[in-house]
Design a protein around this ligand. Structure first.
Ligand SMILES: [Zn+2]
Length: 266
């Protein structure tokens, strides 16, 4: 079970493991907490601009999410249906229904019910910063409710945070420069997950094409997804590994893993 904040978050950090595990016969569940109302509207209309219709944006994005889920072969999609809070500092943060303002115990109870239903052996979500320092309020809230549901149910044998290895990100940006890619931003020195926290790196290179297709399915957000504008070679580099930080392990598994189901396979 993988818990994400918005439609499109499922692809970059976990699309490969979801595709790979499903292909291996493991049931995969994606829980998406919000409807993505604060994404771009038709014609690239930004949230807060005239003509941005929250309900229409949500409907479109949930359709795109279903398409992405089909590309990745994910077994089950569960929508918590909360309202997108928008980026940190936006006016939308204070909307009473915004996911960030829902009491943790309320949303965690719903997630715990899904854990009771699916009995996931492995659960994945973001770290306390929302993923490598991202800080989006909905990502931080997804982290909080998942930690609470994992603790209250005690169900998963293994629990992970997604990770963006700090050294890896540097190599990546250097490689992109070497390929002649014009970078829209450069990561600061403290961007990403400190290397010593990364405990699992999974090779998902056979699934890169499907990840790219899944990301393209989120067409309405194309302007915000700079990875889609990278040359294929750079995309391949970026998409072929997914990294994680293990937080709970109740089974016998190595400290450094290349498989989140290490210790759980027959
Ligand atoms: Zn997100």
């Amino acid at each position: 079970m993988v818990v994400h904040a918005h439609p499109d978050d499922e692809v970059i950090s976990t699309g490969g493991i979801l595709a790979r595990l499903t292909e291996e016969g493991i049931r995969t569940v994606l829980v998406t907490c919000t409807n993505g109302e604060q994404g771009d509207g038709p014609g690239g209309v930004k949230p807060g601009e005239e003509g941005h219709d929250d309900a229409a944006v949500a409907e479109r994005r949930l359709g795109e999410l279903r398409e992405s889920v089909a590309h990745l072969g994910i077994s089950d999609l569960e929508l918590l249906g909360y309202r997108d809070s928008g980026m940190d500092g936006w006016d939308t943060n204070v909307h009473p229904d915004a996911f960030t303002n829902v009491p943790v115990e309320t949303a965690a109870a719903r997630l715990a019910a899904l854990m009771e239903h699916y009995r996931p052996q492995v659960v994945v979500t973001y770290d306390e910063t929302g993923g490598g320092g991202y800080g989006h309020p909905d990502h931080v809230q997804a982290h909080r409710i998942t930690v609470a549901a994992v603790e209250s149910t005690g169900i998963p044998d293994k629990f992970y945070y997604t990770a963006i290895p700090r050294s890896g990100i540097k190599q990546m940006f250097q490689a992109m420069k070497d390929l002649g890619v014009e970078l829209e931003f450069e990561p600061s020195d403290d961007f990403g997950t400190p290397d010593e926290r990364v405990t699992a790196v999974v090779d998902v290179s056979p699934y890169v094409e499907r990840k790219v297709k899944a990301l393209r399915a989120h067409e309405s957000q194309g302007e915000n997804i700079f990875l889609l504008r990278m040359p294929e070679e750079a995309q391949h580099l970026f998409f072929s590994q997914e990294a994680f930080e293990r937080k709970i392990c109740k089974v016998d598994a190595p400290d450094h893993e290349d498989d989140l189901f290490a210790g759980l396979r027959p």
